[in-house]
Design a protein around this ligand. Structure first.
Ligand SMILES: [Zn+2]
Length: 111
C-alpha cells in the first residue's frame, strides 16, 4: 500500500459513462469524451448537485445524482430521500399558500 492506488471514481480502467477502456493517464474518455476522475463534470459532484437542486431543478437533479460516478449507492439513496422530502415540503407549502390566497380572494368578494 503506497496510498496512491487509483481509487478515484471513474479512473479505474473503464469510463463511468459508457464503459469504454480508459488509460490511467486519460483525463477524458476516448469514446464519449466524458471527463474521468478529477475531470468528472461539476454537476455530478456533491456541491454541484446541491447547487442545481437549490437553484430550481428540484427533484430533477436526481437524474444527475443517479448518473454520478462520484456518489456511492448509499449517498444516492440519501440524496433521493432528502430531495423527495424537500419536494414534498415545498409542494405542501405552495398548496398552503394557494389556499390562503384563495381564502383571501373570497374574503374580499364577500362584502
Ligand atoms: Zn466514455
Amino acid at each position: 500500500m503506497d496510498g496512491r492506488s487509483d481509487s478515484a471514481p471513474g479512473a479505474e480502467g473503464s469510463c463511468w459513462a459508457c464503459g469504454a477502456p480508459v488509460g490511467p493517464g486519460d483525463n477524458y474518455c476516448r469514446r464519449c469524451g466524458k471527463g474521468q476522475g478529477s475531470r468528472v463534470p461539476w454537476y455530478y459532484r456533491h456541491w454541484g448537485i446541491i447547487l442545481i437542486t437549490l437553484l430550481g431543478l428540484g427533484p430533477f437533479s436526481l437524474f444527475y445524482v443517479w448518473r454520478s460516478p462520484l456518489i456511492s449507492r448509499e449517498g444516492k439513496l440519501a440524496y433521493t430521500a432528502l430531495i423527495s422530502l424537500a419536494t414534498v415540503f415545498v409542494l405542501y407549502e405552495l398548496h398552503r399558500i394557494w389556499l390562503m390566497y384563495q381564502a383571501l380572494l373570497s374574503g374580499m368578494q364577500g362584502f
